[in-house]
Design a protein around this ligand. Structure first.
Ligand SMILES: Cc1cc2nc3c(=O)[nH]c(=O)nc-3n(C[C@H](O)[C@H](O)[C@H](O)COP(=O)(O)OP(=O)(O)OC[C@H]3O[C@@H](n4cnc5c(N)ncnc54)[C@H](O)[C@@H]3O)c2cc1C
Length: 407
């Protein structure tokens, strides 16, 4: 690549990480960007997530300040509570400087997509190979373009770029170039998840709002025996919940970690909820029409995020468990950092070196802290009597501990 000129960038993956990178790299003023996404279109998938101030500030820097406000709610407080089905509770930890915002994944994805110039994202494009010849400054990307016409054969495309950004998720084939033969780590548990509106479940929603008075401003972690739940509100009166259940690794199909739950499984989950959580939380889980299951994985932190002109971002770089709400935050922060490095460095090579130096230690720590928090809350290493736990143990539940965490 000739330095100080415009670089051609291909981003593999048009989820939140890939689209955030497209914004950041276009914003650097030094890149032409094409995003190749396997899916034929965006679907209203996903559920809730929380963003911290660093990720929010990056999104605002993309010129999306008003949009971010309109799709999210303030989430200033984190509360961890010991709970049991009799309704007895003990607040273990409360942090009023948590300072996040809550939003729905598909609103974030839609916002990022709408903010990009038309034609930046090409759907139905599956990247099948990425090659860089030794010593070359170019990466050759091969992709299949799939047509919606019945019986049509996919068209083969070949493109050269100066920089390949791998935002192709936790099963990234690009990552396999940096670490072949690596497998993901099953956490030991799955998460039941649901989003339910007040109008879908008026009685359950009213009961939950009475019991959880800070709902709308707090994220609640409900620590029960050997398991935990999460509850917070999303814009448009949607209540978002998760329940982590220790179990064997489920059989998954294709690329997704989502398991569609059958009616029998849902009924069993509803019964167990009543034996686990306080009654109002159990009532909400029982009233959710279509809960689904996510198997929870992460991977060991990498030693490198860059190989030649290929750079990993988001889930491809550091798949993580969700306990500190870091996945989407890290993906957006990767994007912001990469854009900044491209803008301020005199060469792409220098930019990638700086990106790796800045993001690798931080994201490795976040992955390991999230794993630690999940293991504590799921009592995977030792069980804790949370109703009698000491203050040090209780304070250890706070997400703010991430900054001082030593793996
Ligand atoms: C449909 C969906 C719903 C989600 N819902 C939530 C949620 O509710 N809450 C939450 O916290 N997180 C959710 N996530 C995860 C969240 O988006 C990510 O963890 C985080 O934003 C970082 O994302 P990422 O872009 O790095 O990776 P991912 O979100 O995993 O996206 C990877 C993208 O790469 C594409 N891709 C993979 N291989 C290829 C290839 N060979 N060619 C072209 N494209 C390819 C995939 O189709 C996918 O769109 C969801 C992810 C997806 C895809």
């Amino acid at each position: 690549m000739t330095e100080h000129t415009t670089s051609d960038v291909i981003i593999v993956g048009g989820s939140c990480g890939g689209l955030a990178c497209a914004h950041a790299l276009l914003g650097s003023g030094k890149c032409r960007v094409t995003v190749l996404e396997r899916a034929p279109s965006i679907t209203a998938a996903g559920a809730g997530l929380g963003l911290g101030q660093e990720a929010l500030s990056i999104l605002r820097g993309f010129g999306l300040a008003e949009e971010v406000e309109s799709i999210s709610l303030p989430l200033p407080t984190e509360v961890n509570t010991a709970v049991c089905p009799s309704g007895k509770t003990r607040v273990l930890q409360r942090d009023d400087s948590y300072n996040h915002r809550s939003l729905h994944w598909s609103d974030l994805h839609q916002m990022l997509l709408s903010g990009l110039p038309l034609g930046t994202v090409r759907f139905s494009h599956i990247v099948t190979s990425r090659k860089q010849l030794p010593g070359s400054q170019k990466v050759t990307v091969t992709a299949e373009r799939h047509s919606s016409e019945e019986g049509a054969k996919p068209e083969q495309l070949q493109m050269d770029c100066d920089l390949l950004v791998a935002a192709d998720g936790s099963m990234s084939a690009t990552r396999a170039l940096l670490r072949p033969n690596e497998s993901r780590r099953y956490s030991g548990y799955c998460a039941w998840r649901g989003v339910v509106t007040d109008s879908e479940a008026p009685e359950a929603a009213a009961a939950v709002r009475r019991a959880y008075q800070a709902l709308g401003t707090a994220i609640y972690f409900e620590i029960a025996e050997g398991t935990h739940g999460v509850l917070y509100e999303l814009p448009r009166q949607r209540l978002n919940w998760l329940w982590y259940v220790n179990q064997e690794e489920p059989e998954l199909k294709g690329h997704s970690v989502t398991v569609k739950a059958g009616m029998e499984q849902i009924q069993a989950m509803r019964g167990r909820a009543a034996q686990t959580f306080r009654p109002e939380m159990a009532q909400l889980l029982q009233a959710t029409p279509t809960p689904f299951i996510n198997a929870i994985y992460d991977r060991e932190p990498l030693q490198r995020l860059v190989q030649g002109r290929i750079v990993l971002v988001g889930e491809a770089a550091h798949p993580t468990t969700p306990h500190a709400l870091r996945s989407t935050n890290m993906a957006i922060m990767d994007a912001g950092c990469l854009g900044d490095c491209m803008k301020h460095c005199s060469s792409a090579q220098e930019a990638l070196k700086q990106y790796e130096a800045k993001r690798l230690p931080q994201t490795s720590k976040e992955v390991l802290f999230s794993r630690h928090l999940g293991r504590v809350k799921q009592a995977l290493d030792s069980s804790v009597d949370w109703f009698n736990a000491g203050s040090e143990q209780c304070n250890g539940l706070a997400q703010a501990n991430m900054s001082s965490f030593t793996p």
